[in-house]
Design a protein around this ligand. Sequence first.
Ligand code: ADP
Ligand code: MG
Length: 590
Amino acid sequence: MGRIVLLEEHVVNKIAAGEVIERPASIVKELVENSIDAGSTRIEICITDGGFSEITVSDNGSGIAPDDAVFAFERHATSKIKNAADLENVLTLGFRGEALSSIAAVSRLNLRTRTADSVSGTGLDIEGGNVLKNYDTASPQGTILTIRDLFFNTPARRKHMKTPNVEAGHVSDVINKFAMGYPEISFQLKTNGRLILKTPAKGNLRNSIAAVYGTETAREMLALEGANDTTELRGYIGKPSLSRASRHYQTIYINGRFVRNRIISEAVEKAYHSMLMTGRYPVFIVKIGLNPSEIDVNVHPAKTEVRILDNTDLAGFITEEVSRVLSESRLIPAAVFPKKMFPGITPVKPVQQSWQAESIGLASSKVSETPRAEYCSDENFSAELKTAVTGIAAPEQGFPSLKPLGQINGTFIAAQGDDGMYLIDQHAAHERILYEKFMARPDEHTVSEQLLFPVTLELTHQEVQTLNENILSLTDLGFVVEHFGGDSFIIRAIPAAIIENGAKEIFLDLLDYFSHNRNTISGKTLKEKLLITMACKSAIKAGDRLGMQETESLLSQLAETRNPYTCPHGRPTLVHFSGYDLEKMFKRVL
Ligand code: ADP
Ligand code: MG
């Protein structure tokens, strides 16, 4: 790192102010950011009692020069920017010079640090912001910061904190984000002496995902890689079958910084349109690279939001790239589901033996001058290092060629594929075919056609109200409806795509849909909703017998759809039993 300077007042005034130190997890975030900015390749984090008793962050980065050590704890002391113009081109995670001074003010802190070119290291004891001791000490190259008794002098703040377990969960979340953001850095997190996470520093994002979410999940992720003139896009997106009930498993980085960004989340989600059931969200890790002058990082106290100065094309580009990856991939869920996809917010991820060896290899550099036990008080992790995360094969591409074998329960089609057996849900498959056919020419399918035998309807009071409110939309969709006295109505014409005897049911479904989605339906969504309902009502049903020719035609039409893997509601159209799965079921392999 360069030398530390105090920012001048006019620069300080430009900095988005805010308390960054609100909980142990925010301290850990700031300290790890400092370690990354210092060029570390190995960062170890240990917390005790959720971080309230102790937080230690050790790194093998640049270290702090002896003359700078005390200075680093001054407010607005930073080596990362010098003037206001630098704020427009921030290349580091930190830039405000606030974190160390804020942390030192509310804890008992010990620093040990050494730069490559100083013979002796520096030690510093600070309590509640007061420097108690500044001394020479032996130290490996890098920085070790230990924070004890957090909020000891502000007990009111301590009271607002959640339990140590909850805090440990937040810390683990933070480290997970760094681990996936920086696969080239080896991260290790221990809480109360127990190893929670260790990443291999192989620079391979899929391996880091495996360390965080587990091998099964990492296997179900698809690589994303694209670029245009202004944007670089990398990462992994989950197959639709990996969807979750919240956005918690969506991680976005802009220029290496973990951020929350609704526009980007929605741009990714848009590519999953009609592949996920309502209320489900895709899992993804998306890394966006932009010219630093194109973003403003100085907008949020905890730096978890950035402003993208011009995002007109960004969302479109992301949707396009994600769509491309999804359309090129084989998205068929395996019939034998992994037992546990996500081990929870503090996953204890087993680590491959060789990673351990590798990190010991790392320790043979200058860092080895200090035994590992110096960094963290406990070393009992080896028992947890079991599963290997090697050879995660890239998922298969393209729709398999299917040879139908027969129908099961009049509902499913069994087929032989290129590897093993596929079971196809005939209704879901036909729904997908019709939906795409209708969506290709929506206007053609919503042309009004007179009914030979008009349909009369008795509506409830509420339905009448909904009908009155939405009569224009219904007309636009191709329905012609007349009042027939009292609560009775006549449907005289229906959209071309509806089969006559489905008219009443679809009409009532739409009224129901309107009453539940007041003010939220745009014309386009509505037309799509109608077409989905029509596809559903017109598709073959479970229980319909199919001849071999019909079955073959159904499968070949499915293969030609844009997304053959889910019905328009997001349910799977087919599942896969691989040859290996079948052999496992029959105990031919173990
Ligand atoms: P900022 O990161 O915004 O500069 P901080 O208060 O977090 O502010 O840190 C102040 C300064 O202390 C940094 O600019 C950096 O020079 C130095 N520093 C802090 N942590 C480390 C570290 N782990 N390794 C090397 N230098 C560090
Ligand atoms: Mg910092």
